[in-house]
Every structure is written in structure tokens, then in C-alpha cells.
Design a binder for this molecule. Structure first.
Ligand code: GRF
Length: 204
């Protein structure tokens, strides 16, 4: 059976990319194959992970477009089209995409966010800031969410969520680590498989 071609967009260390690579190897992802990694930053470790897994990796450096989002997105679209990507996975991709971009790939872009949406999400909630806000508010349960991407930051339909308990002694760093280990690295591959299946069944 034909597999969905997955492009993973990254900007950093790429632990979620690694979880996807491992899940493809172990057969958790069986309806898709990672055929492209695009980084919006030069020299990040995610690129090394792609290289080690023999996955084509390209850098479309946001800083080279001096704030011109339209040109940046055009460059992304050209890399994606050339690769004939079916599914785009944002895995720590530090750029908000325009409506022109998200509507072009409706139902074919997903993102991982390190909280239980609709808490601690939207513009400005990224990285450690999410966990700082959760601790400040005193929530006892947080987690991660995989959702479809639309024009509203973290606003698309939810695909999968997993809860993680907050410890009394948590710092933003310890909480971030536990949310990644217990939630993000599990639900992102599972959600990817789910959406790949929907895409290939729709293609038949
Ligand atoms: C993760 O916490 C993810 O939820 C967020 O950015 C971080 C990326 O980490 N969107 P990594 O690059 O996958 O290690």
C-alpha cells in the first residue's frame, strides 16, 4: 500500500523528530514515511538527526528573508512541492504560518503543543513559557496536544492529548522534560499514523 510522504518542520533540537524517526523504524508509523526535514534555523541538531537517519534535510533559514513572511513561505512551499509531501508535521517549528499557507494544506498540517489545549496556548506560548505559565497558575495536571494547524495559533481541531501530573517541586525545566517524555514523544507518532491513514485512504 502506498505511504503518505511526511515532511517534518523543525527549528531546534529535534527530540520530537527523533520520536517520529524511531516510530517509523519500530512500525508505529506504518502508513507514512518521513521523506523530508526542513529547518528554519541553520545548524540545529535536528538536521544532524535527519542526516543520521538518511532523510533528506534542507534549511530554509527564516533570517534570510528579513521579515518577509510571504517569501519565506514561498520557499517552504517550493521545498514541500518538490518533495511531493502529503503531511506536514510541525515539531518544534518556531514560526507562525499565515492563513494563505495553512489553508493551502488544510487537513494536512499538524502540530505538537506542550500543554492541554485550550490552556496555555496561542501566540507567545512556546517552549519554557508554556510550563512557566502552568506552574504560575498552579495547575496540577498539564500535558501535550497534537492538533491540526489552521490560521489561529494552536487553534485547530484537536487530534490527540495526553495528561501529565505536575509535581510540587517542578521547575519549568523538569516539567518540560516530563511532558516531552511522557506525552509528546508518544502522542506525536500516534497522531501522525492516524492522519497518514486518513490521507492515504482519502487518496485511494
Ligand atoms: C517541544 O516542547 C514542542 O512541544 C514544542 O517545541 C518543543 C520542541 O522540542 N512545540 P524538540 O525540538 O522536538 O526537541
Amino acid at each position: 500500500m502506498k505511504k503518505a510522504r511526511i515532511a517534518v518542520l523543525v527549528s531546534g533540537g529535534g527530540t520530537n523528530l527523533q520520536a517520529l524517526i524511531d516510530a517509523e523504524k519500530s512500525g508505529i508509523i506504518k502508513s507514512g514515511e518521513i521523506t523530508l526535514v526542513i529547518s528554519s534555523k541553520e545548524g540545529v541538531y535536528a538536521l544532524e538527526r535527519a542526516k543520521r537517519a538518511n532523510i533528506r534535510a534542507v534549511t530554509v533559514a527564516k533570517k534570510d528573508f528579513s521579515g518577509d513572511q510571504e517569501r519565506f513561505e514561498k520557499a517552504l512551499i517550493s521545498a514541500l512541492s518538490e518533495n511531493e509531501s502529503d503531511l506536514i508535521i510541525l515539531a518544534g517549528f518556531m514560526s507562525i504560518l499565515s492563513e494563505a499557507f495553512t489553508s493551502r494544506f488544510e487537513g494536512r498540517i499538524i502540530n505538537i503543543h506542550p500543554s492541554l489545549i485550550p490552556s496555555f496556548c496561542g501566540e507567545g506560548f512556546y517552549g519554557l513559557k508554556v510550563h512557566e505559565a502552568a506552574l504560575k497558575r498552579g495547575v496540577k495536571v498539564t500535558g501535550a496536544t497534537v492538533h491540526y494547524v489552521n490560521e489561529i495559533p494552536d487553534g485547530g481541531k484537536i487530534i490527540m492529548q495526553k495528561a501529565v501530573c505536575v509535581d510540587e517541586n517542578d521547575t519549568p525545566e523538569t516539567l518540560q522534560k516530563r511532558v516531552m517524555e511522557q506525552a509528546e514523544w508518544n502522542i506525536l507518532p500516534e497522531a501522525a499514523e492516524k492522519v497518514c491513514k486518513i490521507i492515504i485512504e482519502g487518496k485511494k
